[in-house]
Ligand binder design. Structure first.
Ligand SMILES: [Zn+2]
Length: 379
C-alpha cells in the first residue's frame, strides 16, 4: 500500500445528506436505479458510479462504520451515485447472467447519470460481479463515457482457490438441478429442506463465528473462514449488519462463472451480438484508465485475478493502468472495513482524482507556455 496518502478527511454528518433515487429501465425491461447521495456542499468533481457485487445491493458501500466510501468521496467533492443493477437484492430475484448486466444494465446506468448531471464523462468504482459485468460493458465499447474505473477483486481473469474450483465443478451443477437460487440469508431463516440441509452442513464446517449468515456467505462465495472479509477488519456492528445485506443469487451466475474459470478469462454465455464471446481475444474498445485493487488475503477471488488483468492491459498500453495489492485486506472489507477510510479509500480517491490532476497541469502548462504541454504524471 502506498504510505503517503492523505489519511484523514473531514466528513459531513449523514443527516445533512440529500438522497435521490432515479429509476431506470434496463435494455430488456428489467428495473434498475441509481441513487445520488449529496452532501451540504455542491460537488466539485465529476460523478462517480459505485457498482455492487452479486446478491447484495447498493447499500453494501454504506456499512455502519465511522466513514464509509460514500462519506469519504462526498467530503472530497465527488458527486456520488450508487447503482442497483439486476443482481441487487432490492429487486425481485431474477436468473441473471453477467452478459445481461453488461449489455442491458450498466450502459443505461451510466447514461442515466450523464443525463441527470449533464456531465460528459463519469468515473466508476466497481466490485466483484459488478466489476466483471461492468468490465464486459467496457471491453465491448458500451460505456465510452466512463473515464477512470477503480475495480476491486476481479475483472477479466477470475482465479479462485482450489476448494472453490472443486465446488464450482462438482457442487454447482448438482445444486443447479435442485434449486434456481441459493441465499446466504438462509443462515437466519431456511425456507426449504434443501436450505435447511445446506445450513446444517455449513454449520458443521464453518465454525469461525456465531453469525450464521456470515458463515453461509463464506460457503456460497469462497473458501476462507470467512471468505469475503477478515473478521479482524470488521467492527461488531458491521458483522451484525451484513445479516440483512445478503440474499438470493441465481445458479445461472455460478454456471457462467464456472465457464469463465475453465477458460481462464471472462466469456459470454448468452450469444448477444453486441458482446464478444471471449473478452481477451482482442483489445478492449475503451480508453478508460483502470486502477485494479486486490486484497492480498482475498479467498473469494485470489489477488492474482487482478494482477493478471493488469498485466494483460499493461502490455496493450504500458504505464497507463495501475495495480494495488492491499495487504491485510480480503474481498469486501476493502469497502466495509472499520479502517478502510485510512487504508483503502485514500487509494481509491487518489486514483479517481488522478485524471483531474493531469488535466489541471495540462491547462496551466498550456496557459503559461502557450503550446502543447509535455505532461508529467500527477497522482
Ligand atoms: Zn463472521
Amino acid at each position: 500500500m502506498r504510505a503517503n496518502r492523505e489519511t484523514a478527511v473531514a466528513t459531513h454528518p449523514r443527516e445533512s445528506y440529500v438522497e435521490r433515487v432515479v429509476p431506470f429501465t434496463a435494455g430488456d425491461g428489467r428495473p434498475g436505479n441509481v441513487i445520488n447521495v449529496r452532501g451540504p456542499v455542491p460537488a466539485t468533481r465529476p460523478p462517480v458510479l459505485l457498482v455492487h457485487g452479486a446478491g447484495v445491493r447498493a447499500n453494501i458501500f454504506r456499512a455502519p462504520v465511522d466513514t464509509t466510501l460514500v462519506d469519504y468521496l462526498i467530503a472530497r467533492g465527488h458527486d456520488v451515485w450508487l447503482e442497483n443493477w439486476r443482481a441487487s437484492i432490492d429487486f425481485e430475484p431474477v436468473e441473471w447472467t453477467l452478459d445481461q448486466a453488461a449489455l442491458h444494465d450498466h450502459p443505461v446506468a451510466v447514461d442515466t447519470v450523464c443525463r441527470e448531471t449533464g456531465a460528459p464523462e463519469i468515473n466508476a468504482v466497481i466490485h466483484c460481479q459488478g466489476s466483471t459485468s461492468f468490465m464486459m460493458s467496457a471491453v465491448a465499447g458500451l460505456v465510452p463515457r466512463v473515464r477512470t474505473i477503480v475495480a476491486n477483486a476481479v475483472t477479466l481473469h477470475p482465479v479462485v482457490p482450489p476448494w472453490s474450483v472443486a465446488k464450482m465443478q462438482v457442487a454447482v451443477p448438482a445444486i443447479a438441478r435442485l434449486t434456481r437460487y441459493v441465499n446466504p440469508h438462509w443462515g437466519d431463516s431456511a425456507p426449504t429442506l434443501l436450505a435447511k440441509a445446506m445450513v446444517a452442513a455449513v454449520r458443521l464446517f464453518h465454525r469461525e463465528c456465531d453469525n450464521s449468515v456470515c458463515r453461509m456467505v463464506s460457503f456460497v462465495y469462497g473458501s476462507g473462514f470467512p471468505a469475503l472479509w477478515r473478521h479482524e477488519n470488521l467492527n461488531d456492528a458491521t458483522h451484525q449488519w451484513l445479516r440483512e445485506e445478503f440474499a438470493a443469487v441465481p445458479l445461472s451466475f455460478f454456471l457462467q462463472m464456472r465457464e469463465c474459470l475453465r477458460a481462464g478469462h471472462l466469456v459470454s454465455v448468452e450469444g448477444y451480438a453486441a458482446l464478444p464471446r471471449d473478452y481477451v481475444a482482442r483489445p478492449p474498445e475503451t480508453d478508460a484508465r483502470f486502477a485494479f485493487l486486490g486484497g492480498a488475503l482475498n479467498q473469494c477471488f485470489l489477488p492474482v485475478s487482478q494482477s493478471r488483468t493488469y498485466e494483460y492491459l499493461n502490455r496493450l498500453r504500458p504505464g497507463y493502468h495501475t495495480l494495488h495489492v492491499l495487504p491485510r485486506y480480503s474481498h469486501l472489507d476493502v469497502f466495509m472495513g472499520a479502517n478502510a477510510a485510512r487504508d483503502t479509500f485514500p487509494i481509491i480517491a487518489a486514483e479517481l482524482e488522478r485524471e483531474a490532476g493531469r488535466r489541471m497541469v495540462a491547462r496551466s502548462a498550456r496557459a503559461t507556455a502557450g503550446s502543447t504541454a509535455n505532461l508529467s504524471e500527477v497522482s
